[in-house]
Design a binder for this molecule. Structure first.
Ligand SMILES: [Zn+2]
Length: 339
């Protein structure tokens, strides 16, 4: 009844003063519209405040830090960082990335051949059991190491690059099948990627990795390098260096669809002629054998790699590294003596 009375009253006022009525009507509409707009704003503001809070505030900066190096990497290396990213919460401590180079960079390079059980005692020096290998990878993670590719190291030496505070390059020579079956899953478990130096004419041989397996690892962030065409001692193969060094690179790139930028001398053996050819055929680095941790322009075509085969215990393994143990995260002075 009261409503009717009010309506009647409005109607009666409307008949008395139509202009006033139009103003009131317009005012009412404006009020209604503004109320509903304010309401919408509040709702969306409420959503706006709630949604960004959902991911934990502490997780976001970590992701940003870990992803910082991405722009400087190749597309395959992007995947490397993704793997690291998912494992970041379990890492102790979280690696800090900072610009290193150009020039000398302290970075151990480890060399393995087989991750498996040797078929004969004579071959055992080239084998590391999966158990020993896992213990070594776990130690690297616990001691704060972050794997990088050889190309990331070279970029830092040549022009500077973002590197983790304890970088390590984990390399495998020859392309043995047990690197795919044993090393690859263990390294994925601990958030590491490696560099595999492949003998180009053994891509399909028994006991060696095939194209699909190498492609799968490359897609997960591993780098592919050339380990020559036939694994010849190149000091005695000067007449076919083009075939061993240049053609192997062309074949690997065509078969695998990935860039091949680094070369590993078979047996770590080279001379001045071989080194110059590797450089002139377009490789940006080459790896040899050695115990240095300092990598620089001076050894860019014979980067120092420490063989870690043979199932060494963790104490010996720690001696291969410049920053053993998790207590001290400060890198050694740049001029620290290396073994
Ligand atoms: Zn080899």
């Amino acid at each position: 009844m009261k409503v009717e009375v009010a309506v009647d009253g409005k109607n009666s006022k409307a008949t008395r003063n139509p202009t006033m009525s139009h103003y009131r009507f317009a005012l009412t509409i404006l009020l209604l519209v503004s109320v509903s707009l304010v309401g919408c704003n509040r709702v969306s503001a409420a959503h706006g405040e709630t949604i960004p809070d959902l991911p934990s505030a502490t997780a976001l900066p970590t992701e940003t830090e870990t992803q910082t190096p991405l722009p400087t990497l190749t597309s395959t290396a992007t995947l490397t960082s993704t793997v690291t990213l998912t494992l970041t919460p379990t890492l102790t401590p979280t690696p800090t990335w900072a610009v290193q180079g150009p020039g000398k960079v302290v970075c151990p390079i480890l060399l393995y051949h087989h991750i498996g059980t040797a078929s004969s005692p004579a071959a055992s020096s080239y084998y590391t059991s999966p158990e020993d290998f896992e213990a070594q990878m776990k130690a690297l993670r616990d001691w704060g190491y972050t794997s990088i590719t050889i190309s990331q190291l070279v970029e830092a030496i040549m022009s500077s690059a973002l590197l983790p505070d304890r970088p390590v390059v984990i390399t495998f020579d020859d392309g043995n099948l047990n690197v795919y079956t044993n090393a690859f899953p263990i390294m994925q478990k601990y958030g590491f990627t490696g560099v595999m130096y492949i003998i180009a004419n053994r891509l399909h041989a028994d006991g060696y990795m095939g194209i699909d397996q190498i492609k799968e690892m490359a897609a997960a962030g591993w780098e592919v390098g050339s380990h020559s065409m036939t694994h010849a001692d190149l000091r005695e193969a000067h007449d076919r260096l083009n075939f061993e060094i240049a053609q192997s690179r062309i074949n690997l790139q065509e078969a695998l669809g990935v860039p091949v930028r680094s070369f590993a001398y078979p047996y770590g053996a080279m001379d001045e002629v071989v080194g110059k050819q590797v450089q002139s055929y377009g490789y940006t680095s080459a790896v040899g054998l050695g115990t240095l941790w300092n990598q620089s322009l001076y050894n860019l075509y014979y980067l120092s790699r420490r063989p870690a085969d043979g199932g060494v215990d963790l104490q010996v393994f720690a001696s291969y590294l410049p920053w053993p143990g998790a207590e001290n995260l400060t890198p050694p002075p740049a001029d620290a003596p290396t073994p």
